[in-house]
Design a protein around this ligand. Structure first.
Ligand code: AMP
Length: 219
């Protein structure tokens, strides 16, 4: 169902909290840009660009790519015509320095909603370990909670499913640790001070989370 939306929203939350799934759906329903820094970086890695080559080692180890690289990439993207008035930023900002850079970039048209997807760590770990992504259409599955009809094959397009390198146990622990120390507390504070923070209980079915999210961003 289409919805009218002029939000400039940032989606915050741990890895596997459902930011990407919800951002994709909401952006499609509202006809606005979905800007995922993780997806953009993976594309750079796949294309072997200089940025991709620099970012790859950080990503595979579950570490954050440097603020400088990320901010430059987002700045360029947000100046594109499809992102002139409304967008969803998924996975950015992840540090206080990134949040401040974004504030400067936006000037008089600041972030309207910062949605914090709240999910307990144990649930995030389980979601990430079982997550499989279609290499062809990008659909996201889970080996236990959302399995495909045929093992390893996407139900939507027949593409082969892949496990992200950073969805392996060691990298997951590092990403969760990084999330708690660098992202969660400082960014909640940053956006609470600006009066735009909303905490969303994302430990529920995607349908229920979406219903609440759609209400939130239209308010
Ligand atoms: P994601 O798909 O959002 O989980 O991002 C995958 C990986 O890309 C992260 O683990 C980081 O290595 C990198 N990345 C994505 N967004 C950012 C960001 N805003 N700052 C630093 N690194 C990022």
């Amino acid at each position: 169902m289409g919805i009218a939306l002029t939000a400039r929203a940032v989606f915050l939350g741990g890895p596997g909290a459902g930011k990407g799934t919800q951002a994709k759906r909401l952006a499609a329903a509202a006809g606005i840009a979905h800007i995922s820094t993780g997806d953009m970086l993976r594309q750079h890695v796949a294309n072997g660009t200089p940025l991709g080559i620099q970012a790859r080692a950080f990503m595979d180890a579950g570490k954050l790519v440097t603020d400088e690289l990320i901010v430059a990439m987002v700045k360029e993207r947000i100046q594109q015509p499809d992102a002139s008035s409304a967008w969803i930023l998924d996975g950015f900002p992840r540090t206080l320095s990134q949040a401040r850079s974004l504030d400067r970039m936006l000037g008089a048209s600041p972030v309207t909603h910062a949605i914090y997807f709240l999910v307990p760590d144990a649930v995030l770990k389980d979601r990430l370990e079982g997550r499989r992504t279609c290499g062809k259409c990008g659909a996201i599955w889970h080996v236990r909670t959302q399995p495909t009809a045929r093992d390893g094959i996407c139900d939507h397009c027949g593409g082969a499913l892949q496990q992200r390198v950073d969805d392996r146990a060691e990298a997951i622990d590092r990403r969760l640790q990084e999330f708690h120390t660098t992202t969660a507390a400082p960014l909640q504070l940053h956006y609470r001070e600006r009066g735009v923070l909303h905490v969303l209980d994302a430990n529920r079915s995607p349908e229920v989370v979406y219903r609440d999210l759609a209400k939130l961003v239209q308010s």
